[in-house]
Design a protein around this ligand. Structure first.
Ligand SMILES: C[S@@+](CC[C@H](N)C(=O)[O-])C[C@H]1O[C@@H](n2cnc3c(N)ncnc32)[C@H](O)[C@@H]1O
Length: 366
């Protein structure tokens, strides 16, 4: 196998330490937290494994080379000398994106065009704006770095969710929030406002031992380095049939139908249960204490402020009364709404989510 390559695991800012812990648990060497992700090293099978198995990474980039270029003619010359055939296939279209910072080459479009032309002239690979494969050219302080996006579609797309509600959480985010709560697959998880079922299905997949990318396609399959046999072996799963201990409720019947369909497609129907029920009717299931993971409506996205305070108040009251010994992980964009639950909650880092910033508020056992 080839020399290890530098790998960048991208994630949302604020979630880097949780992703580094996950990368370490997967056996990736010395994961280092940087802004917006985690740096590590690995072989191509490590890159495939990272894509297939990591729950919290939003994409996996691999650095395939770097050289200095002070002007476009130099970029052109050095790009023509690069061994593209080691990574790219002449029959697979790709697109090139360039970003320039603090460099004498400042025209991004011209930089991308030079690299595109070098690839099509020397290797013959077609360059298409809508290609699934993406080469990223970053020019910083006159140093050109070439990276391939080995994921393609963002890794939050697990492949099972066809149906979502109004404001779904990203699966990658839900997975990292579960990990910040110390979830290891053994505790029951209940989401009383589950929407499309993201927390419940993510938790059930972890408990069942199902890799998040077991069925979806990846951009790494389009590269010259791809070995379908090794990659297929990495996707092989031995699901564990655990007890029914993942519960989702929502007052919206459509949301519950979506959750049931999503759980079915994800292969976790055996250990999940969804029911249409308002928060005011919430009661404790017949299990050991576990985690309440909840992402109620918030702020500018959904609903009206007065009703929201009342809703958070009811949520806090139901949890205090019914869920002795359970821990709460509440995700919201507004600290005041979290306080309206009356629960003793500690805020985590701010995470960008659309136009808002959200936080995980954690409680000790109630
Ligand atoms: C922000 S969404 C949750 C999204 C979910 N985390 C997902 O990934 O799809 C909030 C959910 O709370 C539900 N909801 C609002 N008021 C409720 C109530 N009183 N009882 C139960 N569910 C409620 C809404 O129907 C909506 O699905």
């Amino acid at each position: 196998m080839s020399e290890p390559l530098p790998i960048f695991l991208a994630c949302l800012p604020g979630l880097e330490p949780a992703l580094a812990a996950e990368a370490r648990a997967l056996g990736l060497p010395e994961p280092r937290v940087t802004a917006g992700g985690v740096d590590t090293m690995g072989s191509w099978p490590d890159i495939w494994r990272a894509n297939i198995a990591l729950r919290g990474a939003s994409r996996v980039l691999v650095r395939i080379g770097s050289f200095r270029a002070l002007h476009l003619a130099q970029l052109d010359k050095r790009s023509r000398k690069f061994a593209w055939g080691e990574y790219l296939r002449p029959d697979v279209p790709l697109r090139v994106e360039a970003h320039c910072t603090r460099s004498r080459i400042y025209h991004q479009k011209a930089a991308a065009q030079r690299v595109e032309r070098a690839i099509s002239d020397t290797l013959g690979a077609p360059v298409l704006a809508e290609a699934d494969l993406r080469l990223m050219v970053r020019i910083e302080d006159d140093l050109v770095t070439l990276s391939l996006d080995t994921s393609g579609e963002g890794l939050h797309k697990r492949g099972y969710k066809l149906a979502t509600g109004k404001a779904p959480l990203r699966e990658t985010m839900a997975a990292l929030f579960l990990s910040q709560m110390g979830f290891d697959g053994s505790q029951p998880v209940l989401d009383p406002m589950c929407g499309s079922g993201t927390f419940v299905i993510e938790a059930a997949e972890i408990a069942t031992g199902l890799a998040p990318g077991r069925t979806r396609p990846f951009a790494f399959e389009l590269l010259a380095t791809y070995d379908p046999k090794v990659s297929a072996a990495l996707r092989q799963q031995e699901p564990r049939m655990g007890p029914l201990q993942f519960f989702g409720y929502d007052r919206d019947q459509g949301a519950i139908q979506n959750s049931i369909r999503n759980a079915d497609r994800a292969g976790v129907a055996h250990c999940t249960r969804f029911a249409c029920q308002p928060i005011s009717a919430l009661s404790r299931p017949d299990t050991e204490p576990g985690l309440i993971m909840v992402n109620p409506p918030y702020g500018a996205r959904l609903g009206n402020a007065k009703l929201l305070y009342a809703l958070y108040g009811t949520l806090g009251e139901r949890l205090r009364t019914e869920f002795k010994g359970w821990r709460v992980g509440l995700v919201t964009s507004e600290r005041k709404l979290a306080h309206a639950t009356g629960l003793p909650l500690t805020p985590g880092p701010l995470i960008p989510h659309g136009s808002l910033k959200i936080q995980l508020f954690q409680s000790a056992p109630l």
